[in-house]
Design a protein. Structure first.
Length: 317
């Protein structure tokens, strides 16, 4: 039995293997095939026969193109990759777990340098974790697209950013196209910086989503519509919990809301800090049928005011 596509030289197939115990990642177990990606390995290639630890894929694109159902793809710390085409990373096989290894700036880093470059979820039941995604051009349309009708998508501990502040940006960091359900975005960071004029939203629910949860995320930057946007068709059961939302920069708070949802959108916003400079605290979250619990709004830079408005107002339903 050869080394196979398993860590530590273990072979076999369709066998549960403990993978990254102790690394602090969410996914601690792999099912079925395991593929490795490391563009810094001298043995790496895009060959269909690559993918084991000794001969990893050189790109995530190649690993996704050769993915098998319910496989796990592990990306090495320090791996870098540039995307220039639409759906260049395409989750087109069901059940993929794509996991970046490494901490802080050693996490895998993806740079998009074409306005059409995207990561696409074109098949349901997918997982992506611990990857840095950055723009190197003005007005890249969408970093991540969850395509029409696709559901059961989890995105955890990923970070969206830019190369040059004030010029490089994504119009939408994550875009849900239509009829998307059971999407979890958790422990992610979105930073489009200040002075940008092309960023519309960090998370954009374009139409008709159901059971989308945004949990423990931080969103910062100048967004022309809002940090979180829902439009075209109302969404149901949208849950925004324990987030920090700031439209604008700390010393130049923006005049657009942090959340703007289509009339009739239902769900809960809870335990979330909201910072922008609009006419009233209620105007910071545009969503007439959303229910609020323990949210705090501030539009004041003066440190003497604290974390609420001068009147100590908190958002209510």
């Amino acid at each position: 039995m050869g080394a196979g596509r398993y860590p530590y030289g273990r072979g076999g197939s369709n066998t549960t293997q403990d993978l990254v115990s102790g690394l602090g990642l969410y996914s601690m177990t792999a099912y079925r095939d395991v593929f490795f990606v490391d563009g810094n390995d001298t043995n790496a290639s895009t060959s269909v026969s690559a993918g084991d630890k000794a001969n990893p894929f050189s790109t995530v694109e190649a690993a996704l193109d050769n993915a098998t159902t319910d496989c796990t793809i592990l990306i090495a710390p320090g791996h870098t990759e540039t995307l220039t085409g639409a759906s260049q990373w395409d989750f087109a096989t069901a059940g993929i777990q794509l996991i970046g290894l490494g901490q802080g700036q050693c996490r895998p880093r993806i740079t998009m340098n074409n306005t059409a470059a995207t990561i696409a979820f074109s098949v349901s039941n997918q997982y992506m974790e611990n990857i840095i995604i950055q723009s190197s051009l003005p007005v890249i349309v969408d970093a991540v697209i969850i395509e029409d009708g696709i559901g059961n998508i989890t995105i955890k501990a990923c970070e969206w950013g830019y190369i040059t502040e004030g010029t490089d940006e994504f119009i939408d960091c994550i875009s849900m196209v239509n009829n998307n359900s059971n999407v979890l975005i958790q422990d992610c960071t979105f930073d489009m910086g200040e002075g940008n004029d092309g960023a519309v939203a960090a998370i954009h629910l374009d139409a008709d989503t159901e059971s989308v949860s945004i949990i423990n995320c931080e969103i910062h930057g100048d967004y022309s519509t809002a940090c979180i946007v829902g439009d075209t068709t109302l969404s149901q059961e949208l849950h925004i919990f324990n987030c920090k939302l700031q439209n604008g920069s700390t010393d130049n708070i923006g005049t657009e809301p942090c959340i703007e949802l289509l009339t009739g959108t239902s769900g809960i916003i809870a335990d979330t800090y909201i910072m922008c400079n609009v006419a009233s605290d209620d105007a910071s979250c545009v969503g007439d049928t959303m229910v609020h619990f323990n949210n705090v709004y501030s539009e004041t830079i003066d440190s003497g005011v604290g974390i609420a408005t001068a009147a100590g107002t908190t958002l209510t339903a």
